[in-house]
Design a protein around this ligand. Sequence first.
Ligand code: PEP
Ligand code: MG
Length: 861
Amino acid sequence: AKRVYLFNEGSKDDRDLLGGKGANLCEMTTLGLPVPFGFIITTPTCREFFEAGNKLPPLLEQEYRVALDLVEKKMGARFGDPENPLLFSVRSGAPVSMPGMMDTILNLGLNDDIAEGLAKKTDNPRFAYDCYRRFIQMFANVVLEADGEQFEHEIERYKEQHNKPLDTDMTAEDWQAVIATFKTLVNFPEDPFVQLKMAVEAVFLSWHTPRAYVYREMNNISETLGTAVNVQAMVYGNFGDTSGSGVAFTRNPSTGEHEFFGEFLFNAAGEDVVAGTRTPLPLESLRERLPEVYDELYRTQALLEKHYRDMQDLEFTVQEGRFYMLQTRSGKRTGRASVKIAVDMVNEGMISESEALMRVSPEHVEAFLHPMVDQAAKTDIVATGLPASPGGATGKVVFSADEAVQVAAGGDKVVLVRRETTPEDIHGMKVAEGILTELGGMTSHAAVVARGMGVCAITGCGSLKINYAEGTATTSGGVVIKRGDVITLDGTAGDVMLGDIPKTEASSSDDFQTLLSWADKHRRLKVRANAETPEDAAKARELGAEGIGLCRTEHMFFEAERIDLMRAMILSESKDERQGYLDQLLNFQRDDMLELFKVMDGLPVTVRLLDPPLHEFLPHDEAEIEALAKRIGKSAEKIRDIVKDLAEVNPMLGFRGCRLSVVYPEITEMQVKAIISAAVAAIEAGHKPLPEIMIPLVVNVREIRLVSAIIDRGIRAVLAEKKISVPYKIGTMMETPRATLGADRLAGEVEFMSFGTNDLTQMTYGFSRDDAGKFIPQYLEKKLIEADPFVSLDQRAVGRLMEMAVSESRARKPGIKYGICGEHGGDPRSIQFCHDLGLDYVSCSPFRVPVARIAAAQAKV
Ligand code: PEP
Ligand code: MG
């Protein structure tokens, strides 16, 4: 197969083959934009390279030399020719964008002779030798894997020795001297074709750098994709005052406003903008100084956005007043921006509603659910930087990623403060509440990564001087922030404050509501919430829940004033004594249920019968036992005995769920009476309760029959005295492998079934829910599992059990209602699976409800 493509031989649809960057370069070339010409080595070639034990295919060089000839013709210069040199940039480009994770080499093709030639041709020796020394540094770093620090040291040493504090003080001769020293540090290949071949290999190998692994893992990118190599003619932003480099977004990536937005550095190479070592100027300055270039840029961005029908992130260079497009791609954006842009583009007629839904990642939705610094409560702003990623964050100051991980592991919230960030800092950024950098613009590494993670960040906070050695950050006003101090960031405004400033709860927006209404229109799956308190239920309803899919009744008994009654009930020594306490518990249970029915008026409320082992309610330490003994008038001796009696070796597989109903039917009867009398009270108060009673942890039909009989008894006891009908349903949970394997028979006995995938995962794997945290990180690291099965549903095995359960029970009882209420009900990937499985609803925690609504719509679109 063809391994090398020229920029005019591909299109944006060739991402898999040419990588995202390459496909876009082809597309822009075809659109007639001024793209420096070049060629692409395909991603399958990368896989060939790995399969051959990191060796390039034998014919590859021949193939790209043919392409190279054509690039030379088009650019009117020759690779390796000192008279008229052509230089290349060599970059990676995977099918999925991996910003900053892979390596780039610029100015490839220089050696002593060619640098001299370039100096002559451009009549700018200083520029030529600056390019040359940059190339050697990059090549040494990326290809030869030399320590980059030694080169910087060498430059510093030279500058000091010759009293030239600034880069701009360095002449061509100075750089030549530095280059001579550089060459003693590494084994630098002079032959441009050798350089090119080594660079191609290095790009392929960079697929396997640790930081690339981390990025792929965080973003669920497949390890086997591989990367393409883009080889492109160089143009120069560092050619003088009518040159420069910039980045731009067709819309504001923070707010989503429809305004052209970007940054520019005069007389600078592209990497100067991205690295964030100099703080760039707004595009306005380009418009003032080079109006024609600005106009061309403006026309180009409009054209590209229209063409790609999405917000674009552009990289461009100006060489001596000539405009070149280097890159365009869909721009990273905040959650708020993502929603605004999607909704605006529908309103502008650019995309459809279903496309808009696909543009918003479920994680983006959470931006509407993030805390924000309370503007009224803001005090003592000690520094202000760029509002790089919105939201509010408070935490202890740390100055390195490792420190961030360490302090966060101790349970403290941290704010990571750095001069700038690099991909090496990712692990620290992941655990930080907020990120603050001294340098860098809105498009710096810190800004882009934080925005993608949805972490609050402030960049370019130049009024802050950071001293790593002392562990301090000093503001221009002289305030010294020390390691461990608590600060608050307002990433939306760019303000840094001392102490813990109050934050308001996340707020919605009209655009967000519009998008959610589209999601509701397009999805099939219903979304319910797991909630037991009226407050949580109200929040869930406000966020769009269509009922409660799991009310864990035991949570209601853990409440302070009820727990003693519950304990006394468990510790009862006779049926009569127990019944006395149950009667009191019934009142509490009924009142709680009534509140829930009111909040969920007209929507189903699935109430699960008591599930946990009874000893969970009892105190275990001696002091607490003594105290309880006094409070409930029982001997401590007796309590101790019963606690010992109820203790289990393996409580998660123990005396819980419907097993409790079998031994203590009176508890179940009490719960049912409470539910039904609450429903009656709700009806009498003019509400429409829809109780669904759910039996947990069943393994066979006989259990269901037995518990159903108890439930019936409870219901009849309440309704016998009332001339009222309550529309209740009885259902069961699918939590044990045995239940799923006999689901058809269970279905015959109930009206609905709900997957408790927490327990089902536990029992399918034999991984204890409560202990798996000790080894799952290792399992992930050693790639024994792809994802934590307690977070994202294991589709292969647990999913297979679910599939069998659904299809067999529906064969027996067509259309029987099926839901899921394990944690997976709020996980987007699992939601997709549940949709495909034909479930009727997912149930998740209240704050996940909007995420689930979007994910359910995406599953359908
Ligand atoms: C489950 O097991 O998935 C479930 C929802 O029940 P719990 O988490 O309460 O055991
Ligand atoms: Mg369970």
